[in-house]
Structure formats: C-alpha cells, structure tokens
Design a binder for this molecule. Structure first.
Ligand SMILES: [Fe+2]
Length: 629
C-alpha cells in the first residue's frame, strides 16, 4: 500500500488530501475544523481527519507533498524587489521576516508540525524517527492545480488550463495531460495575472480580496449591458489597466497596481481619476455605477479566459479541457466556455482554489513521482466531492443531550423525505445535514440549507434572515440530474455547481417595458420566472445536478419534492452564516440552526423543529465570532 498525503497551507485555504494507491480516500479544508474562514495555518486537524478516515497512522504514510515550492516563491519576492527597487522596499521588508522565519524553513516547519501530530494524536514515542522517515516533497504551485484538474477528470488526455492569482512565478499555465503525465506548454508570469486583476476589481468594488470575488460575479448581471457607463468602463480597463493579447496572455500596467511593490492591491487615486468613480467603501450602498463596473470587469475577464482556452485548444489539439486555479471558480465564464464549443467537453476541479492544490499534490505524487499508471474511467474520480467527515445518529444524539435539543427520529427515511418535502412546499427553510462533508467551497447537499425555488419570498428570507448577507446575492438550484433540461438550457452534468446556464424560456416571465432602465434594486425582487429564488437577474442559474449514484439521500429528498409538487428542483445554499465556514459537525449545524431563523433542521434521520427547541442563549453576541467576508 502506498499512501500519499497532500498539503496546502500558509497562503490561504489550507487543506489536506489523502490518496491511497491512486484512490482519493479523504480530503478536507482546515477552516471547517478550526471554524476560521480561509484558515491558512498548518492543516493539522484536516491531516488527522484524513488519516483517521483511512484507518491509518502517521507512520503509514509514504510521502507528504506540499503544494508549492517555497524557494521559487522566495526567488520571486527577491526578484520583484530588485525589479521594482527602490519602490519595492516596503513589500520586501514586510514579507521578508515571514519568509525567513517560516517559509524558507518550510521543511523544518512541516516536520515539526507532523511531529506534534505524531506525539499528540497518535501518541508515538519515536515521533522524530517516524517523521524523518516520511519523504517530504514539494511540487510546483501550478502543477498542483493542473494535477487536481486532470488526474481526477474523466478524460484520458486533455488540455489543462490553470488560472489564479499567483503561485511561485506562474499566474496561468497551459498544460497537456496524457495518461499519467502532465507537460507544461505555456506559462504566464507574475506580475501579469488574471486572478490578481480580478481581485483588484473586487477590491475596487469594496469586497474582500480572496473571498469577495464571488460577490463581484454575482453583482455583474445587475450592470446594464448596453449602457454608456458599462461600455466606457470596459474601454478604460482595456486601454489603461490591461493589455490583452490574442493568445490570452495579458500585460498589466503596473502604474495602476500596487500588489507587486506595496501592501495594497491597487493605486486607488489613479483608478478613481481614470474611472471618475470613488472606490466603494465596504458595506456601503451599491449604486448602479458599481454594478456596471462589475459587469465590465466580468466581461474583460471572460474575454481573457476565452482567449486562453482557444490557445489551449490550439497548442494541445485536444477536444477536452480541464480547469483549476481560483479563476476556474468563475462559473459564469465556465458556462459560457462550455457553450462556446471551443472544447467538446470540460471538467473543473471542485476545489479549484488553493485548497485543491493539496489534492493535486497528492495525485501528482502517485502518478508522476511514483510513475503509476492512470486508468481510464467513464466518470470522474471525485465521488461527488463527498470526501470529508461524516457523523452517525449516535454523534447526533450526543449533541441533542448536550443542548437538550428536541428531535424526532425517523425509522423510514422515505417518510422523512416526504415530510421535509411538504415543509419546503409550505415555504419553510430546512437545514440538511447528511453523510460526508463536501470538498471545495460549495455545499452540495450534505451541509446545505434548503428552500422552495418557486417561493417569491425565498431569496429575501435566506439572505436577510438566515445567512445575514447582502440582499443582491443570488441562490443556486439543486436539480435531479436526469431532469436538468426540463428547467435549464443545459444537458451537461454539473455536480459541483460550477456551471451557469439559463433557465428555460418556457419558465421565464415576460419583462415589462422599460425593464432595462429599472434600477438594480427594482430588478432585484422582480419575479422573472416560475423559479424566482434561483433565477438570476439575467435569467441565469448556477446549477447543481444531483446524482443518485453519488448522493442517494439528497436525490431521494428532491425526488419526494417532485412527487408532491411536480418540481424536481429546490434552492441549495451552504450551511453557514456570513463569514462562517460551512458547518462540519452536528454541533456546528445545531448551533447555526439555533442562531438563525431557519425553521427546521434534519441531521441524519432526526428532524428538529425550531419551535420545539429550548431557548437559545449565548453570553456574547455570536456575530462577533465571524469576520465579515
Ligand atoms: Fe493557486
């Protein structure tokens, strides 16, 4: 048996993934255990979980592979400093001590952390010897992304496109995957980066870098496609901030950016002069101009992604595309890419961001380092991305005893599904906690909050009373995989909620005259379709197809809803409040249930009704626990 542990850490979104003899056995994000969103610390708890899931201890591991190369990254910092000296001094001084103390001595740091795990968790007396015996390797950042995209994909050979902020030097790469090998063909280098450009836009709109990118994507459709403002912003971006070449490579005008030499993303004053629009203060009103700006930014990003994809097709000659890197989480661009026909089929790693690098590193270890054959497969190897911890009814009952919670245990799961379906039909919001936790940033029906997509009040209720987040944020549908084309203009499967497509024309409502000139607020709650809670402002939806083979329980619930209502589709949003990582344990779930206006909770076979629960009291305001994202 060969067990390989992949780790990503110290930048953002730490995670661990375990691959045994080529099979993905377990994978999890550290934030779910520590309850700190985007936690970048050493993924100690995720590692322990991954090993325990497999019934292994630390000494059973053949190799630990870290998802990027610290020395290369150090070299980039150093060279950037020289290239931009003396302006670079500030950035250099502030990052240098961290590198000297931590990153440059990464090998020792990782080994020390592993020894702590060996001592504390596995109670090994000879921890030093055991850890020193484990091979510690470092893959390159973009190779980790590429491996996470290609190796679990259903393709024998494919073009691979990775696009993110920055790894060591590379900010985007085009590779070819074939069998068990990955060849890097093209690379775009720092400081020219599509991910950093997208983050710069995010920052300008007053959202948080490395977490608010989704919000900008959600805001873009509120922009007016033909308006003079949108077109002007788009033109200004392309004429001043970024030069886009035919092959998709970009050149970012550093006069406008600060990330390479300073501590901020952009030179605010220069942007404000250029766009005659002040940077939006976080949490303030959103005016139409910011929506238009988001749309212009999204369009520019899509143009670059499309050009990169065409180049990938050209240089690899492949009909298939695999995607990873933070920009691959842009499901609007992904949906358009799929429909463009540049490739016959595309597959995207569900943990496309840096957490996914842990899985890529482990798979690269198996296929490239150990040179193990990669078998052909009809389906991808992600097992629905249900790779995290699960908790049985016994664990759930422990939590019930702890909080005096009142629950009804069902013997018959089908009956439970029927009851929950009728609650959803009545407009109730239900927390749904089942089986193994999801890998990647999306909840896919095991740590989800559910509602009726037909309900005209659902978007408002979920955003404001349950998630406590911005009202413009859209929700996504979960649909029975075999029925997807009854509701959406898509035949493709989308198990990881990474593709956006349109709601079918038959389900759309006619818009009133002059709708285009409505303000974004008037558009927000306008009922545009028979499924208003998941139909975005431009009639699009970010679809999750639910498959009986990978998530039978969730599929059964939606099936029961279909039998009662005739609609095989519901709203699915992640089980958390704003700023909180998705819940992991039954205790996290119960706490989140009690803190919000969620009406019901199902954990395993137990149904909890809010009204029957004992009074929930906390000494401190729990909202202070989570930093706003
Ligand atoms: Fe990355």
């Amino acid at each position: 048996m060969d067990a390989i542990l992949g780790i990503s850490a110290f930048y953002h979104d730490s995670a661990a993934a375990l691959v045994i003899d080529g099979e993905i056995v377990s994978a999890a994000h550290e934030e779910r255990f520590t309850r700190k969103k985007h936690d970048a610390s050493f993924p100690a708890q995720a590692i322990v979980y991954c090993l325990e899931e497999a019934g292994l201890a630390l000494q059973d591991i053949k190799a630990v592979i870290f998802y990027d190369k610290p020395l290369l990254k150090f070299e980039r910092l150093l060279e950037t400093y020289y290239a931009f000296a003396p302006r670079g001094l500030r950035q250099f001084l502030s990052s240098m001590p961290v590198w000297i103390r931590e990153k440059l001595f990464l090998r020792k740091l990782i080994q020390d952390e592993l020894k702590t795990i060996a001592n504390n968790t596995f109670k090994l007396s000879d921890s030093s010897k055991i850890v020193n015996n484990i091979k510690l390797l470092f893959t390159e950042h973009h190779l980790s992304h590429a491996a996470s995209a290609f190796f679990p994909s259903p393709f024998d050979e494919a073009a691979i496109l990775t696009i993110d902020g920055v790894g060591e030097w590379a900010t985007a790469s085009i590779c070819r995957g074939k069998g068990n090998q990955i060849t890097i063909l093209r690379e775009l280098d720092f400081p020219h980066s599509v991910g950093l450009l997208y983050s710069a836009f995010t920052y300008y709109l007053g959202f948080k870098v490395n977490s608010g990118e989704y919000k900008m994507m959600g805001l873009a459709p509120y922009g007016r496609p033909e308006s003079e403002t949108t077109l002007r912003y788009e033109k200004l971006i392309k004429e001043n901030l970024v030069q886009i070449y035919e092959d998709g490579s970009v050149w970012l005008n550093q006069e406008y950016f600060d990330y390479a030499v300073g501590l901020k993303m952009i030179k605010e004053r220069k942007w404000e002069e250029l766009f005659t629009l002040p940077r939006r203060e976080p949490e303030t009103e959103l005016s139409q101009e910011y929506c238009d700006f988001a749309l212009a930014a999204q369009r520019v990003t899509e143009e670059i992604v499309f050009k990169l994809a065409r180049t990938a097709r050209q240089v690899t000659g492949s009909k298939y595309l695999c995607l990873a890197g933070g920009v691959a989480l842009n499901c609007v661009a992904n949906g358009k890419l799929l429909r463009s026909g540049i490739f016959e089929d595309i597959w995207i790693q569900p943990a496309a961001g840096d957490a996914g690098g842990a899985l890529g590193a482990a798979l690269a270890g198996w296929h490239i380092w150990l040179n193990k054959e990669r078998k052909s497969a009809q389906k991808d190897k992600m097992q629905g991305a249900y790779l995290g911890p699960e908790f049985d009814n016994k664990e759930i009952k422990k939590v019930m005893r702890k909080y005096g919670a009142v629950g009804h245990e069902y013997e018959d799961f089908e009956q439970l599904c029927r009851d929950v379906a009728s609650l959803l039909d009545k407009g109730m919001v239900v927390g749904w906690f089942q089986g193994r936790m999801e890998w990647g940033p999306r909840a896919l029906g095991n740590r989800s909050i559910l509602g009726d997509a037909r309900n005209t009040e659902m978007q408002k209720k979920l955003n404001l009373k349950i998630k406590f987040r911005e009202n413009f944020r859209p929700f996504a549908p979960s649909v029975l995989a075999e029925k997807v084309d009854e509701y959406f203009e898509m035949k493709h499967e989308s198990p990881y909620m990474l593709l956006v497509c349109n709601v079918k024309k038959e389900l759309r409502r006619t818009l009133p005259e002059g709708y285009d000139n409505y303000t974004w607020r008037d558009k927000l709650y306008y009922v545009r379709s028979e499924l208003p809670a998941i139909t975005h402002i431009d009639f699009s939806a970010r679809v999750q197809t639910v498959h009986k083979e990978t998530n039978e329980r969730y599929w059964q619930l939606i099936k029961a809803f279909e039998e009662q209502t005739g609609w095989g589709v519901i709203v699915n949003t992640s089980f958390n409040v704003r700023g909180e990582p998705i819940v992991c344990t039954p205790e996290d779930a119960y706490r989140c249930f009690m803190r919000t206006e969620m009406d019901y909770l199902v954990m395993g076979d137990v149904l909890f009704k809010k009204e029957e629960q004992p009074q929930w009291e906390e000494e401190k305001d729990w909202r202070e626990e989570y930093e706003l994202d």
